[in-house]
Design a protein around this ligand. Structure first.
Ligand SMILES: NC(=O)c1ccc[n+]([C@@H]2O[C@H](COP(=O)([O-])OP(=O)(O)OC[C@H]3O[C@@H](n4cnc5c(N)ncnc54)[C@H](OP(=O)(O)O)[C@@H]3O)[C@@H](O)[C@H]2O)c1
Length: 274
């Protein structure tokens, strides 16, 4: 496990990488920079990048059964989330999170620019009074199914085809964002939204930020399609970082998805030649 202690100098260096500065803020030689490996791949923007992040308790929950989700993460976990937002072009949440938490999705705990806010609201239930629509912050984009009445408001609406499962295809969502120049994407939750992106094999890294708190009951941070056997469980390579109040598990889902595709191909080949 690596210990991360972020300094203003390191953070400004990462922001300059994120902003394609021709001459990024330099770092003194030999500076201990384990946090660079946690954030650099998000900042560098070598092509489209999808990061999902969950802030959860020791027992894997993100809220109480009554929906109280305030401060599951410690202060360093919150700073980590805000760093991820500052490095992203767009932050994506499901409408369930807007209804439950009424978030602003802005960058406040660290310096840096807030991302464009994206709400997946297939069926048009985004509350007109949602804070993000009235706070004068970054633009809000609402993703809606093309087959419902257009819900116009203080936001851009993107209408996408409804899929056979009743939802919107995460690939269509990312394509629509890329067409607007938004290619580094943070999928912030909740579990329903993250699971759709993970199940579609579109998440490069998953950050699970665990705070030393036991909630005991309440919704989980990640909820994937059910499996029967533990041998089918996802086993990504994980880098672990002690960020202070919380521990971040940085999971390489891209490499894990590629391994799965290769294994499936080998199984098909073996079945064909048997
Ligand atoms: N701790 C954390 O890191 C964190 C972060 C964010 C949220 N949360 C918590 O998560 C909870 C909310 O999570 P949730 O899982 O209930 O809801 P959610 O993921 O925020 O929203 C789910 C809803 O969004 C819409 N949606 C998302 N992806 C879609 C897609 N691909 N296609 C169509 N519709 C899509 C659907 O709306 P319709 O049902 O209208 O079709 C779906 O029911 C809250 O308690 C919140 O506090 C925790």
């Amino acid at each position: 496990m690596q210990s991360v202690s972020m300094t203003e100098e390191l953070w400004q260096h990462l922001l300059s990488l994120r902003n394609h500065a021709l001459r990024p803020v330099g770092l003194p030689a030999g500076l201990e920079a384990s946090c660079l490996s946690l954030y650099k791949r998000i900042a560098l923007r070598n092509g489209p990048f999808v990061l999902a992040q969950v802030g959860q308790s020791l027992d894997g929950r993100v809220a109480t059964p009554t929906g109280d989700a305030q401060d599951v993460s410690g202060c360093d976990g919150i700073a980590h989330l805000h760093r991820c937002r500052a490095l992203a072009d767009a932050v994506v949440v499901g409408v369930g999170t807007v209804v439950a938490d009424n978030p602003s999705l802005s960058v406040r705990a660290v310096s840096g620019k807030s991302p464009v806010r994206v709400v997946i609201d297939c069926n048009g239930r985004m509350p007109g009074m949602a804070k993000m629509l009235h706070d004068g912050g970054m633009p809000v984009i609402v993703m809606q199914a093309a087959d419902i009445a257009l819900h116009e408001g203080r936001h851009e609406t993107i209408r996408l085809p409804r899929q056979a499962d009743g939802g919107l295809a995460p690939r269509d969502i990312l394509k629509a964002l890329a067409e607007r120049g938004l290619t580094t994407v943070l999928v912030e939750g909740g579990a329903n939204t993250i699971s759709r992106f993970v199940d579609a094999g579109l998440v490069d890294r998953l950050h699970v930020s665990v705070a030393p708190i036991i909630i005991g009951s309440g919704p989980a941070g990640i909820r994937l399609s059910p499996i029967d056997r533990l041998s089918e469980a996802r086993r990504p390579e994980v880098d672990i970082y002690n960020i202070g109040t919380d521990i971040v598990f940085d999971c390489n889902l891209r490499a894990e998805a590629e391994r799965r595709v290769l294994a499936d191909r080998e199984n098909i080949l073996m079945a064909d030649t048997a």
